[in-house]
Design a protein around this ligand. Structure first.
Ligand SMILES: NC(=O)c1ccc[n+]([C@@H]2O[C@H](COP(=O)([O-])OP(=O)(O)OC[C@H]3O[C@@H](n4cnc5c(N)ncnc54)[C@H](OP(=O)(O)O)[C@@H]3O)[C@@H](O)[C@H]2O)c1
Length: 318
């Protein structure tokens, strides 16, 4: 086991941590977890907050290939202050992402985490600690969808589904900031209040130049019809279903590009824009709704994530 592997061992100083004790069960907060010791090539971080996301639930379900064996500490995204490091100054705010943390090895949902230096990223001046913990996936995914795949410009007519979600609401804001005209779809009327100002909530009026689909499912087929011939659709999520039937002659005649977003492959673009996006979020130029819970209430947070009642990114505070 390497120094940065957060497998759970007894002995030494203790800390508060979240443990997945068995696949298929919500994690539990424990007060007597062993505190990690500094190790070369890794940074010891006093964690401020961690993000709890759909991927963490999948890993804890035991269905994910190469998931760590219980008991393990979940969550790969977080932020905190450097305690000891060869690469970062003590006291600096770092956000954490990468290295398989919380996915193929133990994660960072604990008061202290030993993080491989390559998975630690210095936060820009003025960065907000809670946003630093959870911004990366939704903000960079929205950015790549809007700018790299969607090629949004001033006047582009854009439709975003799941527009009350973390990625969807940021896609709306980034498109608006680029001068696009944005329509937003939500799954339930009560979610409309979470759609960023400046977008029109609609069931889809069309025609659009670009459709950013964060929910997928069978409705994708008819929603493609809302895009003008020659336009584009970017699919990045499938919470409404992983299958769709396409009428191929109709699709060919319609000539709409259907683009799939895979952020694993687009990591270089994501890391390239992450600092700027965290600055814009921390300044309030972009907004990301957060549902914050103390680590001890991780069970409630887990449930809210599972039943879709959480508004925005779920964050556990330490
Ligand atoms: N392709 C990639 O590389 C990539 C990268 C990042 C994220 N994603 C995916 O993008 C999707 C959105 O991520 P997110 O962080 O924005 O998640 P989120 O904040 O939880 O939002 C999920 C959205 O999905 C919608 N939804 C529709 N049916 C749903 C259901 N049955 N259960 C839960 N949500 C449902 C909701 O729409 P309403 O708001 O209208 O209720 C909600 O806005 C996720 O599926 C995520 O896995 C993919």
């Amino acid at each position: 086991m390497s120094g940065a592997d957060h497998a759970i061992k007894r002995g030494g100083a203790l800390m508060l941590a979240l443990h997945v004790t068995a696949y298929g069960r919500p994690p539990v907060a424990v007060k007597d977890a062993p505190r990690p010791s500094p190790s070369p090539g890794s940074t010891l971080v006093r964690m401020s907050a961690v993000a709890l996301g759909h991927l963490d639930r999948t890993v804890a379900s035991g269905t994910f290939p190469a998931a760590p064996a219980p008991p393990y500490i979940p969550c790969g995204d977080g932020a905190g202050r450097v305690v000891e490091s060869e690469s970062f100054p003590a006291g600096a705010l770092v956000w954490i992402r990468g290295g398989g943390l919380g996915v193929t090895r133990g994660g960072v949902a604990a008061q202290y985490a030993l993080v491989p230096d390559a998975a630690c990223h210095l936060a820009p001046p003025g960065a907000d600690e809670l946003l630093a913990a959870c911004f990366f996936s939704p903000a960079t995914s929205a950015h790549v969808a809007v700018h790299d795949l969607g090629r949004v410009q001033a006047g582009t007519r854009v439709l975003v589904s799941g527009a009350a979600g973390a990625v969807g609401s940021l896609a709306v804001q980034l498109a608006l900031a680029a001068g696009a005209r944005v329509d937003a779809m939500v799954s339930k009327p009560e979610r409309a209040m979470l759609v960023p100002q400046g977008a029109r909530v609609t069931s889809g009026a069309g025609p659009y130049d670009l459709f950013i689909d964060t929910v997928g499912g069978p409705a994708l087929s008819e929603r493609l019809d809302l895009v003008a011939a020659g336009g584009r659709a970017v699919l990045l999520g499938y919470t409404q279903g992983s299958r769709v039937e396409l009428d191929l002659p109709r699709r060919m005649a319609h000539d709409v590009e259907l683009l799939f977003l895979n952020m694993q492959r687009r990591a270089p673009q994501a890391f390239g824009v992450a600092g700027e996006l965290l600055t814009r979020l921390s300044r309030g130029d972009l907004r990301l709704n957060l549902s914050c819970y103390p680590l001890e209430q991780a069970g409630l947070a887990w449930q809210a994530l599972a039943d879709g009642s959480a508004a925005g990114r779920v964050v556990l505070q330490l």
